[in-house]
Design a protein around this ligand. Structure first.
Ligand SMILES: Nc1ncnc2c1ncn2[C@@H]1O[C@H](COP(=O)(O)OP(=O)(O)OP(=O)(O)O)[C@@H](O)[C@H]1O
Length: 257
């Protein structure tokens, strides 16, 4: 039997007061997809994520999560989310890396229950998955922006989500570390079969890691395999985006595949 899509949007529209932001969005995200959601500033990417996460209600259309209507969906812990501005702790913030990651378990075990010793091993495993287990007892505020971002991904992972949504996770990560950051996401996708939705402007850097691309600018202009996205012309993309976008740089190896 075919698996249900993890996310299905059917003719979804949304407006803030009088501003129409999303129009007639239909989109399916399947198990194992690594989807890059692309679009210029103000194109509605964060709004779309907020609708999927149930933080706001669509003006019209339907959203289904794991085959259930979003408004009655009970398993919010199946969806991990790392927001755009999560990595901004100042150095005095009084929490260790381990404590920050453990706070991701509250969705599962309830806010006021004590974290058991068995939970500790989950915390360490999540930190290992993002290459940060050596920092467990450090103060979160002492870490670099990129290290903090990994810790916030570990915080999402510790609840064992089936789907991870990341809104521009590389903001604040220096250029040299962006590639290894995406390598880490790719190994979560490949080794843990974790479905990923990534809002990004780094399409060049992430290009060899993703399976699918969706181009959003108020509506979905393209959704398909990354290879089909690669064969779109720059003119086509510019018509959708209304400004000049660079095409993905193809490596020699990719071209010969
Ligand atoms: N709370 C709000 N009230 C009214 N309008 C809003 C609100 N939040 C966003 N908007 C508007 O909705 C549109 C889409 O915003 P959104 O944040 O979803 O875009 P985005 O694609 O995520 O942009 P960016 O790449 O800059 O993060 C923009 O025109 C924005 O001004």
């Amino acid at each position: 039997m075919a698996q249900l899509p993890l996310i299905e949007l059917k003719s979804v529209s949304f407006q803030y007061d009088y501003t129409q932001v999303l129009t007639n969005i239909s989109l399916k995200v399947e198990q194992g997809d690594f989807l890059a959601l692309l679009g210029p500033n103000g194109s509605g990417k964060s709004t779309l994520l907020k609708l999927i996460l149930g933080l706001m209600k669509s003006t019209s259309g339907q959203i289904e999560l794991f085959g259930q209507p979003a408004n009655t969906f009970k398993h919010r812990e199946w969806i991990g989310y790392v927001s755009q501005k999560s990595n901004s702790f100042n150095s005095g913030f009084p929490a260790t890396v381990k404590e920050v990651v453990a706070s991701g378990l509250t969705k599962k075990i309830g806010l006021f229950k004590r974290h058991l010793a068995s939970q500790n091993s989950k915390v360490i495993q999540a930190l290992r998955d993002v290459g940060m287990d050596g920092f467990a007892d450090r103060n979160i505020g002492e870490l670099s922006g990129g290290q903090q971002q990994r810790v916030f991904i570990a915080r999402a992972l510790v609840a064992e989500p089936k789907l991870l949504i990341l809104d521009e996770p590389t903001v604040g990560i220096d250029h040299e570390n962006v590639q290894s950051f995406y390598d880490m996401l790719a190994s979560l996708n490949e080794d843990h079969q974790m479905t990923m939705i990534l809002v990004t402007h780094d399409v060049d850097t992430v290009s060899n890691r993703i399976s699918h691309v969706a181009c959003l600018n108020q509506t979905i202009h393209f959704h398909g395999f990354k290879n089909d996205y690669d064969s779109l012309s720059a003119d086509q993309l510019n018509a959708w985006y209304g400004h000049v976008v660079r095409k993905i740089h193809h490596t020699k190896e990719e071209k010969t595949q």
